[in-house]
Design a protein around this ligand. Structure first.
Ligand code: PRX
Length: 650
């Protein structure tokens, strides 16, 4: 919403002139070999999107071909309407004749457990679970919430839903029971698939308990399927809860894929926005599958027998598109890992790459900065010869981290793809192509095929070279979100009303003289902590729900490793006074409401918050204080000016 947009400081201090070219050897074998090929295809994709996307869609198997490639009544798009398709069929069945015995998933558990699942086996498991869901009367369009750690069952569950046309909604396993409840309620899920508990840094966690809490008083969830992972004792509610293993033993492995309309919803994924309530981002079958499949192929230059490792959790969009769907649609092997990459030792990722001969590695800047801090001695012990492309996503990458990644993980051989996209975009929209694009550390480079981007001011006017502005997308693309679940108004308002006629990403950016895009971060009240997207309003709502807190304002503060850290300013109700105990309690309260990812790294008690005369909190001032910077800009609008002096003393 426009009034939530912080007037961004669009001055970029980043100076980076280095350019890295793909090696001739890499380019020779790449799908897109040079900039001329990129430009030709890009121009076609923009000028004749219908021709371009029809050709890409034909790489998937359709039960019935579409009538129209695109119907666009802004802001509502329909791609491939009239077409009939099934996601699990495209991820599994069509590969079975030539890849049945090839690994679909190689899984590395945190406690040393390992599994290797072939395409044949994955197909069988998916069909069985789809039949289990059918047995629970789950039908086309019903919602199934998946609350699992990074175990193969998370992919099996997603694919099983798509097989019968149920809409999955994966909730990140680190979310608390309260955050889970909000999502289950909004989706009105019929079934929840969960686990007894998982592992984190060698400790056993409890997840079924969180489901039980989330479901207290909820009538519409008819069944809970519980995977056994860490063996802790859990309560099983009679006639509602069933063990996954028991159900699967009895299930048939024959299940015909449902013929879904291209525009039927495939999944709903909740993400933080600028209000306290998360948005259910809706993605559909035909467009999402087409663009995810082709983006994975070109951007990571996938070839048969590749082994693709994306370190994201499946609870986020990156996990949906590039742990599960992108690799499987392309018939390659996906590596799924549970727990922290640095546990049990910081050598884990590099050992895994050498052991499995992993070909693509896709991670986040936070992880790269963490590896950097731990030291290059760990990756230096490993050859990492199998790697071909390395990628980054989720937050801006600083040139130092980019160069470290290129030197120490890519060993100066592998192109780095810095990929910009969002939960809403479904797939990567701004990126380099590894065999073609000269890269500049810190820049996500150029728009991907079919993506008509611009950097504009609030009136929609293009900014000048290197002048900051808002990153917008001018035309619809197949994997774009279709709406916010059950809330078309919020969809229109958030994405298509800020700047007339274009998709508003919420990110600030600039374009350099070569047209390269440099993302400058969010311009609204969303912060990125270790690549995780959190709405400041969500954290503020959590804080004020504590009896001691009168008011709260949350800002992001630059952090060397996590990109941004959460700083909360709170004023207390009269009966309460500041103490270490209370501060700890407030931190724990946020964890209870949202989850450990939202715990503020600092909670500062203040007498009052700086506000405008209309009562709006001036976060810009709080951000300067949190970062230890001088308060710049206009302070004349502050209604309670006396607070400023007190804040300065902080
Ligand atoms: O601010 C941008 C940042 O992540 C936001 C989207 O977050 P989410 O929906 O959680 O999806 C993350 C994974 C796709 C964007 O609005 N972002 C994502 N990729 C990059 C980035 N910022 C800079 N560079 C990137 N490569």
């Amino acid at each position: 919403m426009i009034n939530k947009i912080i007037k961004p400081d669009f001055k970029s201090t980043l100076k980076e002139d280095r350019v890295f070219h793909p090696s001739k050897k890499f380019s020779a074998n790449a799908h897109i070999k040079n900039m001329a090929e990129y430009t030709k295809l890009y121009n076609e994709s923009i000028k004749k999107p219908e021709v371009f996307w029809a050709r890409e869609a034909e790489n998937l198997e359709w039960f019935k071909k579409w009538d129209n490639v695109l119907e666009w009544k802004q802001p509502f798009a329909k791609w491939f309407s009239g077409g009939k398709i099934n996601c699990s069929y495209n991820c599994l069945d069509r590969h079975l004749s030539d890849k049945g015995t090839q690994s679909a998933i190689i899984w590395d558990g945190e406690n040393g457990d390992k599994r290797n699942i072939t395409y044949n086996e994955l197909h069988e498991e998916v069909c069985k679970l789809a039949n289990v869901l059918k047995g629970f009367k789950v039908k086309k369009g019903d919602r199934v919430v998946i609350y699992l750690p990074m175990i193969p069952e998370v992919a099996i569950a997603m694919l099983a839903c798509t097989r019968i046309g149920a809409i999955h909604s994966v909730v990140f396993g680190g979310y608390s029971s309260e955050a889970l409840k909000v999502r289950i309620n909004d989706a009105r899920a019929k079934v929840v698939i969960t686990v007894d508990g998982g592992y984190r840094k060698g400790n056993k966690t409890r997840m079924k308990d969180a489901v039980d809490e989330a479901l207290s008083g909820v009538k519409f969830v008819k069944n809970v399927i519980v995977v056994k992972r860490n063996g802790i004792k859990v309560q099983m509610k009679k006639d509602r809860d069933f063990l996954y293993g028991d159900l699967m033993k009895k299930a048939s492995s024959v299940c015909q894929p449902a013929k879904m309309n291209a525009e039927d919803p495939l999944f709903v994924l909740y993400t933080s926005g600028t209000t306290g309530i998360p948005k259910g981002v809706v993605h559909t079958h035909g467009g999402y599958l087409t663009q995810v499949a082709m983006s994975a192929k070109y951007i990571f230059d996938l070839h048969p027998n590749d082994k693709f490792w994306c370190t994201a959790d499946v609870g986020w969009i990156t996990g949906h598109s590039y742990v599960v769907y992108g690799p499987l649609l392309n018939g390659v092997t996906t590596i799924v890992t549970e727990g922290l990459p640095t546990h049990p030792t910081p050598e884990r990722p590099w050992k895994l790459i050498d052991k499995h001969k992993i070909t693509q590695f896709y991670t986040a800047p936070t992880a790269i900065r963490m590896f950097m801090k731990i030291g290059r001695a760990w990756p230096a012990r490993h050859k990492l010869k199998s790697l071909k492309v390395i990628g980054t996503v989720g937050e801006p990458i600083n040139p130092e981290a980019w160069t470290w990644y290129y030197n120490n993980i890519g060993k100066r051989r592998c192109p780095v793809v810095d990929t910009w996209w969002q939960t809403e975009t479904g797939s990567i929209l701004v990126t380099s192509l590894p065999g073609a694009t000269p890269t500049k550390p810190g820049s996500a480079t150029l728009p991907f095929f079919g993506v008509d981007v611009a950097v504009v001011d609030m009136k929609g006017k293009k900014t000048k070279v290197n002048e900051g502005g808002y990153l917008v997308i001018n035309k619809p693309w197949p994997s774009m979100l279709r709406t916010v679940y059950k809330n078309d108004e919020r969809y229109k308002k958030t994405y298509w009303n800020e700047i007339k006629g274009v998709y508003f990403s919420g990110d600030g950016a600039r374009r350099d003289k070569d047209g390269y895009i440099w993302i400058m971060g969010r311009t609204d009240d969303i912060i990125k902590v270790a690549g995780h997207r959190l709405g400041t309003m969500e954290i503020e709502s959590a804080l004020v729900s504590h009896k001691a807190v009168a008011e709260a304002a949350v800002v992001g503060k630059q952090d060397e490793i996590k990109g941004e850290a959460i700083v909360a300013f709170v004023s207390l109700n009269l009966k309460f006074t500041e103490s270490e105990k209370l501060i700890n309690e407030l931190g724990a309260h946020v964890v209870k409401c949202i989850g450990p990812i939202a715990r503020p790294s600092q909670i500062i008690v203040v007498d009052d918050l700086p506000k405008t005369r209309s009562g709006k909190i001036i976060r810009r001032i709080l951000k300067s204080i949190a970062e230890g910077n001088e308060i710049k800009g206009d302070t004349s609008t502050i209604a309670n000016a006396d607070i400023l002096e007190k804040l300065k003393k902080l």
